[in-house]
Write a protein that binds this ligand. Structure first.
Ligand SMILES: [Zn+2]
Length: 309
């Protein structure tokens, strides 16, 4: 008699355990917000150089930061080739300090990885750095460049982020950092390249209210916007010496102006309605085919900036 009784008790307790485990799992899944890992959402953006994220998503980041949302910018290279007079370690240190100041000015975290500028390749090592970054940040949104940019570092940053986009949820890859339970939404920054296909503006965010902050952020990259880039354009003599005057000058430059492009109008009207005509400065993003594909309802949770219809 004892044996069957013990077996029954064991079976009952197993059923109880399984039922409780199932119940707890259901509770855990129900507690996860429908749009991703976190509430509020967490955003991570990758650039090849310390200033790329700022140009592509500085306004968006300032808008999230103003809401108290967490944003992180990651530069995959240390920028040690981006100057006509300086280079190597001293330039890398200068650019890291500029990036950190830029992040501080709009309230986002800024990390500069120590890969060489102008020499970035889509290696397994850098892919794993990106997987760790996305997982540690518990990102809901990941932003990177498209893969048809003129600059090899930008292009490979695009490839590397694409290559990480599925692996972030695979527990057997990069086993020292817990895999995400849900795939983030992956976005591309806007660009001007048309081969093999042009950028598609899926999400356009008006940044007029934070445009001055974006310029403040760019102004922190002194080595780039006042020295290196004007030098490459043969315009070094145009840059005012006075810090206030040069910031005003920077705001007028096409690279910093973030003008809403005519081809973005339709996407602006879709979400801002009649207010779209008043939008001067904007940033646009394309939803990649990798990662989670958000519904319109989810888009409005991930981008809580659009007026309610
Ligand atoms: Zn760059």
């Amino acid at each position: 008699m004892l044996k069957p009784l013990r077996r029954t008790l064991f079976r009952d307790s197993m059923h109880g355990w399984m039922w409780r485990a199932g119940f707890l799992a259901a509770l855990w899944f129900a507690a996860l917000p429908a749009h991703g890992q976190n509430d509020p959402v967490r955003v991570i953006a990758f650039g090849a150089h310390p200033d790329d994220c700022d140009l592509g998503a500085g306004g968006l980041a300032a808008k999230y930061a103003a809401l108290g949302y967490k944003v992180k910018f990651v530069s995959l290279t240390n920028g040690d080739a981006g100057h006509q007079l300086e280079g190597g370690g001293p330039l890398a240190m200068r650019r890291r300090a500029e990036a950190q100041e830029a992040g501080r000015r709009i309230g986002v975290e800024y990390e500069v990885l120590d890969n060489h500028d102008g020499r970035l390749l889509p290696t397994l090592e850098v892919r794993e750095q990106i997987i760790r970054e996305i997982r540690q940040w518990k990102a809901d949104i990941v932003i990177g460049p498209r893969t048809n940019d003129y600059h090899p570092d930008h292009r490979y940053t695009g490839v590397l982020v694409q290559d990480a986009s599925y692996m972030v949820i695979v527990p057997n890859i990069v086993t020292d950092t817990a895999a995400l339970r849900r795939n983030p939404v992956f976005l591309y920054y806007s660009d001007r390249f048309t081969q093999p296909q042009a950028f598609r503006a899926d999400i356009v965010v008006a940044i007029d209210d934070v445009y001055a902050k974006k310029v403040e952020m760019l102004d922190a990259h002194v080595s780039q916007f006042y020295e290196w880039l004007p030098w490459t354009e043969g315009q070094l003599g145009d840059v005012p010496k006075d810090p206030g005057a040069r910031k005003t000058w920077l705001a007028t430059q096409p690279i910093a102006a973030s003008k809403a492009k005519p081809e973005w109008r339709e996407a602006l009207e879709e979400r801002y309605g009649a207010g779209a005509v008043r939008v001067q400065h904007a940033e646009a993003f394309e939803i990649t085919e990798y990662g989670r594909q958000p519904s319109e309802e989810e888009i409005r949770v991930l981008f809580p900036f659009f007026p309610t219809k």
